[in-house]
Design a protein around this ligand. Sequence first.
Ligand SMILES: [Ca+2]
Ligand SMILES: [Ca+2]
Ligand SMILES: [Ca+2]
Ligand SMILES: [Ca+2]
Length: 264
Amino acid sequence: MCAQQAFFFLIMIIITCGSMKNYIDVLRDMVFISLLLFTISCKQDSSITTFQMTTDKIRVDGKMDESAWQNAEWRPIDQAWLGAGYSAEDFSGRYKVLWDKDRLYVIAEIIDDTLVDIHADGLDRYWDDDCLEVFIDVDASGGDHQYNYNAFAYHIALDGKVVDMDVDSLPHYYSHVTNARTQNGNMTTWELAIQPHDDTFVRNKPYDKVELSPGRNIGFAIAYCDNDHSKEREHFVGSIAVEGEDKNRGWIDAGIFEKVKLVK
Ligand SMILES: [Ca+2]
Ligand SMILES: [Ca+2]
Ligand SMILES: [Ca+2]
Ligand SMILES: [Ca+2]
């Protein structure tokens, strides 16, 4: 779309210039405008986030022993979606993502001064316990996903249970995410393997699995619900900036996810 717009813009300029100037001037303008548009286009392309494919087998054990993790880029979890300011000891987070044709793999390093699991029932106010939340829209369609399978917001609890809302408007456990975590002082390392699912998925029905390949765009975000001592979570910190007053929209609106390209 960007290239089409640029081409149209260029033609309009040439037509306008051509009616006013001689041929050499028009040619000069064409070269200048082409270079300008090329520069803008390159800047836009280089700003697209990419996730690298892994040829290493990833063992989901909460340890970054696999060499593929060493080469993957850290990305910050630093956008406050809910809650006032917090210190680096209260919460800090960063993550890496890899993929192969069957799975998306996530490592998240979370520093949290107090780990709490207040609600024994994993389907009861799970967002008010410490949990990692991963948002995936496997075809980058955007749009509403609150009570459908257009996209998923997997809440991964300290005990490894994975929950999202379903078409019945109720939370359910999902088997799409294998996960493990290790603890080193205040730092938790989470490792996840996520089976991609698109909107053809229906719970308890046969399902054709989605295969990932280079060039696919997905919608992605990750966040952490931090509670330490309160009735409700104290902070909700995500990986992407959300425009507007209400920043807690990831569990409803896949349009706020970051568009990411899978690359080899
Ligand atoms: Ca591992
Ligand atoms: Ca905390
Ligand atoms: Ca979708
Ligand atoms: Ca906490």
